[in-house]
Design a protein around this ligand. Structure first.
Ligand code: SF4
Ligand code: SF4
Ligand code: SF4
Length: 182
């Protein structure tokens, strides 16, 4: 092998090595970021209500990690969640954003089962599988699972789903804070 060919082979080998190293570092950084998002997401209430301005808890967690949004935009979580987020991010707790302080209390969906035609459209729309039912049979909402996100309302062709305040007696799944008594 000529000297030039040997030099090219060495350079190609180095380039391959460097590429592999960069890919490994990127993978590792990506995993770390995903883990950090999961840790933040784990302290959010998982109601997927979008009051934070993001389509769900995980996107809000990702935005917080990226520094795009403050830690005080989750009304269902309130002060306890802000304190958890502050601890995880090494920041000082802050008050809930003023524009979110009058947020409505937690709600749940209720299906008027006499009018339900069993079309299953609400069932497909529910992001947390809080609706049970089968085609041609009435559907019903598992109140403890419902996050009050309203996503099932629009698809219902007979408009038989309403949102009502979550009753204090409804057992929480652990994903929702206990309702505040006014
Ligand atoms: S529970 Fe909180 S973080 Fe989750 S979607 Fe609702 S406001 Fe956003
Ligand atoms: S409001 Fe409707 S779509 Fe949203 S969680 Fe409750 S049952 Fe599911
Ligand atoms: S969308 Fe309305 S009619 Fe269809 S199954 Fe759900 S509640 Fe019943």
């Amino acid at each position: 092998m000529s000297t030039t060919a040997a030099a090219i082979a060495v350079l190609a080998g180095l380039a391959l090595l460097l590429g592999g190293l960069i890919a490994a570092i990127s993978r590792r950084l990506g995993n770390r970021e995903a883990d950090a998002v999961e840790r933040l997401n784990a302290v959010l209430p998982q109601t997927q209500c979008a009051q934070c301005g993001y389509p769900g808890c995980r996107p809000y967690a990702a935005a917080m990690l990226a520094g795009e949004v403050d830690i005080n935009r989750c009304p269902p979580g309130g002060e306890a969640t802000i304190a958890d987020l502050a601890r995880l991010l090494g920041r000082e707790p802050v008050a809930l954003a003023p524009e979110l302080q009058g947020a409505p209390p937690p709600q749940v969906a209720v299906i008027d089962e006499r009018r339900c035609i069993g079309c299953t459209l609400c069932l497909k729309a529910c992001p947390v599988d809080a609706i049970v039912g089968a085609a041609q049979y009435m559907h019903t909402v598992i109140e403890a699972e419902c996050t009050g996100c309203e996503l099932c309302l629009a698809p219902c062709p007979v408009d038989c789903i309403d949102l009502v305040p979550r009753a204090a007696s409804v057992p929480a799944t652990g994903r929702l804070p206990a309702p505040t008594q006014s």
